[in-house]
Design a protein around this ligand. Sequence first.
Ligand code: NDP
Ligand code: HSE
Length: 439
Amino acid sequence: MSTVSPSGSPRIRVALLGCGTVGSEVARLLTEQAGELAARAGAPVELAGIAVRRPDKHPELPTELLTDDAAALVVREDIDVVVELVGGIEPVRSWLLAALNAGKSVVTANKALLAEYSAELFEAADAAGADLYFEAAVAGAIPLLRPLRESMAGDRITRVMGIVNGTTNYILSAMDATGAGYAETLDEASRLGYAEADPTADVDGYDAASKAAILASLAFHTRVTAKDVHREGIADVTASDLAAARTLGRTVKLLAICERVTADDGAESVSARVHPVMIPRSHQLAGVGGAFNAVYVEADAAGELMFYGQGAGGAPTASAVLGDLVAVARNRVVGGRGPRESAHAALPVRPMGQTPTRYHVSLDVADRAGVLAQVAQAFAAHGVSIAAVRQRDANDTASLVVVTHLAPDAALQSTVDEIAKLDVVHEVVSVMRVEGEDA
Ligand code: NDP
Ligand code: HSE
């Protein structure tokens, strides 16, 4: 419930949960830009409480605002908006449900929570007439979710494809630049502070899969959770993969790809996946280096759009959080609400095996008559059409690169399994999906 300030305007009172990398920047900007934020929101927006795990470790924060009891803070009578920057599922999920049930609006950057429980959180927000905003949960500072939720609400989005994890993009960019292997590059990224002490969520693709679930849900008006997203990380990407890509004028990126797939009978489904792909160096996403993020959106009427910027970091992420906070404050001031969940399409999620993809397969094979025919036969036996073949000879071995047309991913996997067993194949050097080229 908003209180009334001496000026007669309603004051928007904020509970901040978490004051780490992002939370500390939100607290700083809320204080430093108080005047401007009040003018934009239509009312003063003030910090009324800050919950952290260890209050004694935060001498920089006003003691009177600090607490370690987030559960009590989120339901306090004077709080209007809860800004959650702690992360993880529990106890955060319980805090936010309690806050929403008590009529508080919520702003969060918590992709892991949203990718599993957004339906439950939206239902609680609806029941209480409160707002749920989460721009910072995907691609940090980049305005992406609001365009999908609001600006493009009148269009029909067909594809969202992008680099949504800065850590893996930094590692792959470095492997591409230096020719070094994965383990060595990860060690270097950790030493320089680009990878976290425990990089599992990033390098194994969990972080990107959570973001893909959120993007697919918004783009296709369908509930998609992290469990629906096919996920492969970058731990198996080798220096050979990058060398093979380089030879063909491509590079390797970890992409989140969310697509509306239309079957021959017109039935629509949604596919969401995260895995390494080869893309042409001429593709816009290939030029996105280091820890930056970029997302490419295709829609029937808008055509192709590209969103680019800093996907992480305290201040960049705080920018997105504050944008949400101003939006929620404005809604409170005029007595309205922001967009609700839009899941009316309820499209089925297509399993990865049935999702159309293209493969790049690089093989070392015996250099004698009939070998190419045997390899081509394996593709034909699984109904996979070959788009291009390239051969380079060295002594009695030939390096063969095969790029396919689109085929169901399961058929491509079976083809590779069969090829690996052929006597004439000395080694499967690199197998990777291909994006960004005409099929
Ligand atoms: P940090 O680890 O830096 O900060 C977490 C904060 O939460 C700390 O202040 C910590 O308290 C507090 N906290 C932890 N447990 C509790 C608890 N039980 N009760 C109260 N407070 C608690 O996290 P980040 O700022 O990096 O991330 C916050 C959120 O933002 C996450 O959901 C993350 O995924 C998301 N995000 C982060 C980005 C980034 O670049 N860092 C980018 C985009 C999204 P204390 O300080 O006392 O330890
Ligand atoms: N760990 C994430 C990344 C932070 O590397 O992009 C932003 O969600």
